[in-house]
Structure formats: C-alpha cells, structure tokens
Write a protein that binds this ligand. Structure first.
Ligand code: FEO
Ligand code: CA
Ligand code: CA
Ligand code: CA
Length: 544
C-alpha cells in the first residue's frame, strides 16, 4: 500500500506508533475494498435520499426491536413501564458477559432516551402553560431502558417482562453521587438528557446527561424555548443534579450512581482506554458551540480480578483534564495544582466539578466546534473525535479530528492532533456525531444535520441524515461510503455491534420531529400510511 508523505510524517514522529501503525495497517487490509465482493462487511454504498424510510444497501435487512410506547411487561413506581422516547445510545451486553461469554444472539441492551417531543409525548402544543400531567408524561418518557433481546432464527426480538427489564426516568430512581462533588451534592433524582455513552470493562453502561439545561422554562428573546417543567414549581429541576455521567448496571447487581469526578457539562459520551500504568482513562466531549474536550484519569490502576463493585470505584477518584489544542496539553482541573482555578474563586474540588465549563475556561482550554462522540481506535489507540459543526464560526459541515497521545500514554499530559476527515459535499457526509469502530478499524459514522435543515439549502446534497463507513487506512482511508439513510427528520444514533459483528444495533431517533401538528405529520416511520411517527431501535443483519 502507499503511504502518503503527510501520513508518513505524522507516524514517523511517534515512536511506538510507527510500529503500531504498521501493524494496524496490516490488520486493516483484512477489510476488503468496498468494490470487492464476498468477504467481510462488504456492501454497495447507497445514494443520499429524502425517502421516509430506513434504507440499507442490498443484502441487509433490519428488525424493529422496540419502539416508543411499547409495553415492557414490567411495572415501576409510576405504573406499567413502556419503552421511552427518542432512543439514542445503545450498548449491547452479551447475556453471559459476567461469565466471560460473548453471546451474540442473546443479550441485554441499555438504551438512552434523550428528550421528549411534547406533541407526541404529552400532547402539549406551544402556547399555554404545561400541566403537571403533561410534565410527568414527559419526565417518564426520558432516561433509559434495559431490555432483553434475543435472535430467534434470523429475527431479533425483545423479550418483555424479563427479570432484567426496567426503566430509569427523570423521576426515578434516586441515585448516590460519587466522587468529590458528593460533598455538596450527595444524591440526585433520576436521569435525563441521556445522549450517548459507553460500556465499561466491567459491563456496566455509562449514560451521559447532555442538554440538562433545557427542561425548566427557558425564556429566549421573549419566547419559551425549553420544556417548561418549571411551569409547575414542584416539578422544576434542581439542575445541579444533572449534567453528569450516570453508571447503570444492566444486570442489576450494582445500583445506578452519578460519577462527579468526570465533571458536569453537556456530556456527549464516554470512551475508555487503559494506560500502560493500568490507570483507566475516559475521554468525553461537551456538545455545545465553543466547549471543550475532556479526559478523566483514574487515581488507581484497573484490577481485572477485582469485584465489579471495586472496579467501578475507579470512576470516583482521579484527575479531570480539559484539552488545550493550541499547545497539545491536557490541563488538570485540579484545585491543588491550578493557580488559575484558585484565582477564579473556586473554594473546593466539589465546586470545580459542579461548574466544569467555568473551570475549563479559567485554565484556558481550547473552545472547539461541538465535540460529540469520541472513540478509541481498536488497533492503534488513536482517539477520534467528531466535531459536529459550529455555525457561530462558519463551520457548517464539521470534521473528525484524531488525537495521538504522547508516547502512546493516555495517562500523560501532552498530545498531538490532525484533521482526519472534513465534512462537506466533497466527502458526502456532514455533521458527524456518533462514532463506532469495527474490529478491522473502520469507522462507522452517523450524522446529525438538524431536523429543520436536513435536505434543505446547503444540506440539500446529503438528503436525510445517514450512516457511513470511513476506512481509517488503506487506499480508501478517509473516504465515506453511505451505509444507511434514515426516515424524514430523523437522526440515526447509537450504533453498536454485537461481539461477532453479525448484528448492528441502531437507533432511529426523532422521525418527523418538525411535524407542525397531528394533522401535519412529516414522517410516518415505521408503520407508514398515515401513522404517527415513533422513534425505535433496530437490529441490522446481513454482514458476512
Ligand atoms: Fe445529543 Fe450531542 O447529541
Ligand atoms: Ca449525539
Ligand atoms: Ca460511539
Ligand atoms: Ca447530536
């Protein structure tokens, strides 16, 4: 294969990476050219479309596993439980994961439910105040679900009423807060704004609370823009309880907790890596214009043989850093080490964590263009970060950056970076959001062009939001091949492969989000005809 001079320069300066990159390239050659047939996840790319359907390449199919409102066959504190709204992050847990198994035909799914759509969830239409009943309907539609799934024959099904099945909502349950901020905030009620997340090496889900600040009434230029839960004062949120990384055990052995050591901001996701020292490192983006990329480095090393309860303690103590791209430095948000934080008036580490954005700004971290998902390349450890866009600075199509830790040590404090992929009509992909790697190191990317813009104006060439495969090495490195196109006004989110990579779970979020009323629906997915659109999760098969 040919290595361009530019790529050679990047790798040549990286010591161990020069070797690693070579090994990775060999491994990645196992991924066949997308123009060849017969082996690997091979497919003929689809073209962009505005069709109101989930379109896949020939030879692939999807099963609708669970959709909004579907009974889960369980009861919770608010009555019979149903699958929540706006499914986002999905993590698959082999049913035998705690015994070391990799069952790819039966498992548990943790699914985030990010935000409600008032029209479809509470029947609220813009104007009057919300009633308590409407607010409760919305509160119970968000959070997350644990569901039990099984592939019977060729078809994936959800098994209602399994002993593992349950819902978390904005009201339930009450959770302990771990780490330094617990001094000021010992517990929190429920979870909401759950965007993306991660799966820990001890098989729990990390669920990231993102836009927690849009639920109480938000008055913008004389208009309410938020969900107006504060219309009923007893239902208003104490916002300090949200904006955290929540850990949930789908197997139900460990109670859910919020980990304050990972900071409080609009958390997008959490991707981990082990450092040579054994310390656990968690990378996280703050998805807002001009916010920051963070990493958490645990104080203690990972002990594979410790109990799950002990291993989760790693997320309670460590150092939180914000990225300084101008100098390639990780800046510790640690009151003991930072004069800038003391000057800013922070009195305790608890305060630093409660106001992480303010702390990152105080130490002069680099504001970037909406860092969404970040993922670690399985073959060379390089971190890929999706920067969705930043309309404030004319970055309308976004890009994917890759960050290379100095000496390949994620626990260290310096790094280099480069632009791996630039969104735009020239590459066929705009506004990258969630990322997932397959074992061969191909990057799977879903897009988040806002529902009000998708298929229009400068976004017309892209059609509806889609999903793409971008090889990270070989002759097609950096080229985007479209694998899926979502229904109208939807976003495909939460891609997650089973361990055998024979199934890809995917969320279809907010189809028909811009519908002006029940008589003006802009999507009818998944049932078609004149039906009301519903978010849902699908299992895609057909990989060879
Ligand atoms: Fe909820 Fe950053 O997307
Ligand atoms: Ca997202
Ligand atoms: Ca991801
Ligand atoms: Ca997004």
């Amino acid at each position: 294969m040919s290595v361009s001079r530019r790529k050679f320069l990047v790798y040549a300066g990286l010591g161990s990476y020069a070797t690693l990159a070579g090994a990775a390239s060999q491994a990645r050659l196992a991924f066949p050219s997308l123009r060849r047939k017969g082996e690997g996840p091979n497919f003929h790319p689809i073209a962009p479309t505005t069709a109101d359907e989930l379109r896949l390449p020939d030879g692939f199919r999807y099963d609708l596993v669970c959709t909004y409102g579907e009974p889960l066959g369980t009861s919770g504190p608010h009555g019979k439980e149903v699958f929540g709204y706006n499914n986002d992050f999905i993590a698959y847990f082999p049913i035998d994961a705690l015994q070391g198994g990799t069952n790819s035909r039966e498992g548990l799914l943790w699914v985030n439910h990010e935000y409600p759509h008032p029209l479809f969830v509470s029947g609220y239409t813009w104007g009057p105040k919300k009633t308590e009943e409407q607010i409760l309907a919305e509160k119970h539609s968000v959070g997350g679900s644990v569901i039990h799934v099984k592939r019977e024959g060729q078809v994936w099904k959800h098994l209602p009423g399994s002993r593992f099945t349950r819902r978390l909502t904005a009201n339930y349950p009450k959770m302990a807060v771990t780490g330094p901020a617990s001094a000021l905030l010992p517990e929190a009620v429920g979870t909401l704004a759950n965007c993306s997340g991660g799966r820990t090496p001890w098989f729990t889900a990390l669920s990231c609370e993102e836009n927690y600040d849009s639920y109480n009434d938000v008055l913008v230029q004389g208009k309410y823009r938020g969900y107006r839960w504060a219309d009923v004062p007893a239902q208003a949120l104490d916002e300090r309880q949200y904006g955290w990384v929540v850990e949930v055990d789908p197997f139900g052995e460990l109670p859910p907790v919020k980990h304050s050591a990972l900071g409080r901001f609009a958390h997008e996701n959490a991707a981990w890596r082990l450092a040579p020292s054994g310390q656990l490192v968690v990378y996280m983006g703050d998805d807002a214009n001009d916010q920051y990329l963070y990493k958490f480095v645990s104080a203690e090393p990972y002990q594979a043989r410790a109990s799950r309860a002990d291993r989760r303690e790693l997320l309670s103590a460590g150092t939180l850093y914000a990225a300084d791209f101008a100098n390639g430095r990780w800046l510790p948000l640690d009151l003991k080490r930072s004069e800038a934080l003391r000057k800013e008036g922070f009195k305790s580490q608890a305060e630093v964590l409660l106001e992480t954005r303010k702390a990152a700004k105080a130490v002069n971290a680099t504001p970037i263009d909406r860092p969404e998902d970040c993922e670690v390349h399985p073959l060379d450890g390089i971190l890929y970060v999706a920067l969705t866009n930043n309309s404030k600075h004319g970055n309308f199509f976004g890009q994917i950056v890759r960050l290379i830790e100095h000496n390949d040590d994620p626990a260290g404090e310096s790094f280099r970076f480069e632009i791996f992929f630039a969104g735009g009509p020239q590459s066929g992909l705009a506004c990258p959001d969630n990322l997932a790697f397959d074992r061969s190191g191909n990057l799977w990317v879903v897009c988040d062009i806002s529902s009000s813009s998708a298929g229009r104006g400068i976004y017309e060439p892209f059609g509806n939001n889609g999903m793409f495969v971008v090889p990270t090495s070989g002759p097609e490195a950096g080229d985007a091949f479209q694998f899926a196109s979502g229904p109208k006004e939807s976003e495909l989110t939460g891609p997650w492969f089973t361990e055998d990579e024979q199934t890809l779970f995917l969320s279809v979020q907010h189809p028909g989000e811009e519908s002006a009323g029940m008589d003006q629906l802009s999507s009818h997915w998944p049932d078609g005809g004149k039906s009301v659109p519903r978010p849902g999760i699908v299992a895609i098969t057909g990989f060879r």
